[in-house]
Design a protein around this ligand. Structure first.
Ligand SMILES: C[S@@+](CC[C@H](N)C(=O)[O-])C[C@H]1O[C@@H](n2cnc3c(N)ncnc32)[C@H](O)[C@@H]1O
Length: 295
């Protein structure tokens, strides 16, 4: 058989495939082999990916804010891979670091909207104004990264915005006020709009103060409305929906208890910070190795 294209013309494609294969690492949140394959295919043939662009990653990371690169990439991947059936909502945008990570996923997919809710008054703690108003710099940042067509900025508090909200949500990222009462209210107000299979992610659950974790525990961990759970640095996230089988229920019970266990020593004041980090990271490795948190 005679090939119409000389064989050497295929070498570039093969090298590209090999590169993509090498660069591809399996993340803890993949749900199935199918997802794995689809992402792999999209990496090579269809769209550019932030995962393959360290320069862009660093550039987003340099924005002011508290998000680590791992957390930003987690939000990016959840938005890119899991959010086709409903809106993406963010509570607490500050200067747009998390907004740009998630917005980049929508920009790559060329579809979807991220509703970024923040009064932008510069108050990151109750009562105090600790920063200058952030709206201008937020708008500048989302424009700078070209994600503005995918962002709807709602300049209001989470509580006020929730009163008018009617759309189904596929991903809600909560990073507003971090005291117990506000975190609890945010989770309860917004998770009621989550679709089945929708994801809630909360920042600052594994951090020196336990309020957000306690709220997450009450509204998510101690209910039977969620089926999968995982964490990356201080973002704890869960998937809404009942487990489909007894094996899934058991897995859920197991990972829930592991997370509670990790949190109990994380929030122990007497333990040195380094030891806490070591223990939590070690536990997480066990969780991932045993695929406890993977569907
Ligand atoms: C920790 S910062 C968010 C950080 C941001 N996600 C990032 O990646 O840089 C908290 C934000 O919550 C906003 N905020 C304060 N009160 C709020 C409320 N009631 N509803 C929504 N956002 C609020 C503040 O204006 C602040 O920008």
């Amino acid at each position: 058989m005679k090939l119409s294209i000389p064989i050497y013309r295929h070498f570039g494609r093969v090298a590209q495939l090999a590169r993509a294969l090498r660069s591809h690492r399996r993340g803890p949140w993949f749900e199935s082999r199918h997802d794995h394959r689809n992402i792999f295919i999209s990496k090579i043939f269809v769209t550019p990916s932030l995962l393959q662009n360290p320069k862009l990653q660093q550039s987003i990371l340099s924005l002011s804010g508290w998000l680590s690169l791992e957390e930003g990439l987690l939000l990016y991947r959840l938005t890119r891979e899991k959010c086709d059936k409903g809106a993406v909502v963010e509570i607490g945008s500050f200067q747009g670091k998390s907004t740009v990570f998630m917005g980049t996923a929508l920009k790559e997919k060329k579809k979807g909207k991220l509703y970024a809710i923040d009064p932008h008054l510069g108050k990151t703690n109750i009562g105090k104004r600790d920063y200058k108003p952030t709206y201008k710099i937020f708008m500048t940042n989302i424009h700078k990264f070209g994600v503005d067509p995918y962002i709807v900025s709602i300049r209001n508090t989470s509580q006020e915005a929730a009163k008018k909200w009617k759309r189904p949500i596929s991903l809600i990222f909560i990073d507003g006020l971090h005291d117990y009462a506000h975190a609890l209210e945010d989770i309860s107000l917004w998770t009621r709009h989550l679709i089945d299979g929708g994801i809630i992610a909360c920042h600052d659950t594994f951090c020196p103060y336990p309020d957000v974790f306690e709220a997450f525990k009450k509204e998510i961990l101690y209910t039977d409305k969620y089926s999968y759970m995982s964490f990356t640095n201080s973002i704890l996230w869960a998937v809404k929906g009942k487990p489909n089988s007894s094996a899934e229920s058991l897995r859920y019970l197991y990972n829930k208890n592991l997370i509670l266990f990790a949190a109990s020593f994380w929030h122990t004041k007497s333990l040195p910070e380094k030891m806490k980090q070591f223990l939590v990271n070690h536990l997480k490795r066990i969780i991932i190795k045993k695929k406890v948190l993977i569907k």
